[in-house]
Design a protein around this ligand. Structure first.
Ligand SMILES: [Fe+2]
Length: 70
């Protein structure tokens, strides 16, 4: 994205960074002994798949296709 100056790079990176923060927060909970995290993990993954991968990620397809990347 940076290499091709994708205009939505920063917003995209923020979403990825937010996911990283949430995963690290869940890991901290797990490491502290909170093992019943299925609901939180499931919700996080569902949100990521439906909103980010099927939404945000799909937005850059035409841009990169126009750069010869498929
Ligand atoms: Fe992404």
């Amino acid at each position: 994205m940076k290499q091709f100056s994708y205009i939505g790079y920063l917003e995209h990176k923020i979403e990825h960074d937010d996911l990283t923060d949430k995963v690290m927060s869940l890991k901290e909970k797990y490491d502290k002994g909170e093992k019943a995290l299925f609901s939180e993990v499931s919700s996080l993954l569902k949100d990521w798949l439906t909103n980010h991968i099927l939404g945000t990620d799909k937005k850059y397809t035409p841009f990169f296709n126009s750069k010869g990347i498929y």
